[in-house]
Design a binder for this molecule. Structure first.
Ligand code: FHN
Length: 455
């Protein structure tokens, strides 16, 4: 039907006058100050819990009676399980021991300020209620209830920011198929069905925002060739339109350099922070927001046989090392199919929490170290009432009780043990100080000395 000329002119005039939705919300005209305000809670948080949970917890790393090598949540790919076979796991997923209040409490007591849980991993199974598919916990499992919403509510009650992980690669959706007869990774898009999947993804993300209102959307599975940086920009814009204050990682686009996780330098890529995986960058990067995600053993999703747990010392020193470089630590737990966080994880998180109880001032809201390297440990710093405070995290306690701190960025005012506040004497020398320490380290994992500067 041809519109009368006057109608076309009217529509054209209105489109010029009425702002686009992007212009309305203004997210795409965000100033540096507005971006800093949006990122502030995340930068201050420094420490979060990652949760990989889903159908893969049922086989827990074994298939047909044999252990399957590799990370637990990849079992569908690693054991080459056909979709219709893998789907049957949903009928066995019944996390009757799931206690969202306890999970939030475990994160809070560990000193974690946010929590990122898989809403949908590569296997395509949704842990939240969504009308976009029947392959979700409400429609396909004996449990029959949304798992994310109650956790989001508990997180908010306990002061933890609730965030969700979402995989772009989807081994279940009919628009994507295997790369070959054995591999789902990376998926291919079926001829002419990319738009169908992009629409599906947007509808699911909208359901997710409406049902559990995550503060961060943590994308993953962005590596298949069929997904482009432009697609990432479209998804990022879509999310910022729905929730202008939302924070989105760099895996929404194609910027990251593999597991190193930070963006390639050849162009400006979409996403709010870099995502090193299972590694900590050698140095901090001024003005770059990044978060190292790491496992506590060797798998993200639960594997019964994986008992290679990192020590509490390693976890605490990782947290300090990352904070000393200006990054965040996203530490993973992989709950069982019954809904329990494995005891070794709970024990280690409690130990981290005890250290944080005495020393979190040196982590929360702290900035990267003013020093290149220190043989005895790591440092962070803060501006407090217009003066600089440097937090010296001593891993290696000096045998002579003298802690050399060369290259101070200003004149020292005083030093004390952060835990307990015991004053320490210091000697100024060679543009730095030497601090006299007690003969024994109060905390063998990391004792923190607070060194105040005169300004
Ligand atoms: O393939 C995933 C993997 O299963 C896990 O989710 C990690 C954690 O971020 N990300 C991908 C591997 O880079």
């Amino acid at each position: 039907m041809r519109l009368p000329v006057i109608a076309v002119a009217l529509v054209l005039a209105l489109s010029l006058v009425l702002p686009s939705r992007a212009a309305e919300s203004g997210w795409n005209r965000e100033t540096k100050a507005e971006r800093n305000a949006r990122m502030e809670w995340w930068r201050d948080a420094r420490f979060g819990m990652f949760i990989h949970w889903g159908l893969y917890a049922v086989p827990a790393g074994a298939w047909n009676g044999k252990e399957v090598p590799g990370i637990g949540e990849w079992i569908m790919n690693s054991a080459n399980i056909p979709v219709d076979e893998y789907e049957k796991l949903a009928g066995k997923f019944n996390p009757v021991k799931y206690d969202p209040a306890q999970w939030a409490r475990i994160a809070k007591d560990a000193g974690m300020k946010y929590l990122v849980i898989t809403s949908k991993h590569h296997d395509g199974f949704c842990l939240f209620a969504t009308d976009t598919t029947k392959y979700d916990v409400v429609d396909a499992t004996p449990y029959g209830e949304d798992l994310l919403k109650p956790l989001a509510e508990e997180c908010r009650k306990q002061g933890i920011k609730f965030c969700t992980y979402y995989s772009i690669m989807d081994w279940h959706h009919p628009a994507q198929d295997r790369a070959n007869e054995k591999q789902y990774n990376p998926t291919r898009i079926r001829e002419g069905r990319k738009q169908q999947y992009m629409t599906y993804m947007k509808e699911q993300l909208k359901d997710l925002l409406e049902s559990c209102n995550p503060e961060v959307l943590w994308f993953d599975g962005e590596w298949p060739d069929w997904y482009t940086e432009q697609d990432g920009r479209e998804i990022y814009a879509y999310l910022r339109e729905l929730k202008p204050e939302i924070i989105v990682n760099n895996r929404v686009g194609k910027g990251r350099q593999g597991m190193e996780g930070l963006n390639k330098a050849d162009q400006d890529y979409v996403g709010d922070f870099g995502t090193p995986e299972q590694q900590i960058p050698a140095t901090g990067l001024a003005g770059v927001d990044w978060e190292s995600c790491m496992t506590m053993n060797d798998t993200w999703g639960y594997k019964g046989q994986d008992r290679n747990w990192k020590s509490a010392e390693t976890l605490i020193r990782n947290l300090i090392d990352i904070a000393s470089k200006g990054g965040n630590y996203l530490l993973n737990v992989g709950p069982t199919a019954e809904g329990e966080i494995p005891a070794p994880s709970v024990e280690r998180l409690a130990a981290v929490g005890r250290w944080m109880q005495a020393n979190s001032e040196s982590i929360y809201g702290a900035q990267a170290s003013p020093f290149e390297k220190s043989p005895w440990g790591r440092s962070t710093q803060k501006r407090i009432d217009g003066k600089t405070r440097i937090y010296l995290h001593v891993f290696e306690w000096p045998k002579d009780g003298k802690l050399p701190v060369p290259g101070l960025p200003g004149a020292p005012a005083g030093a004390r043990l952060l835990a307990g506040g015991k004053a320490l004497s210091l000697t100024v020398q060679d543009g730095g100080v030497v601090i006299a320490l007690p003969s024994e380290s109060p905390d063998k994992i990391a004792t923190v000395v607070a060194l105040d500067l005169q300004r």
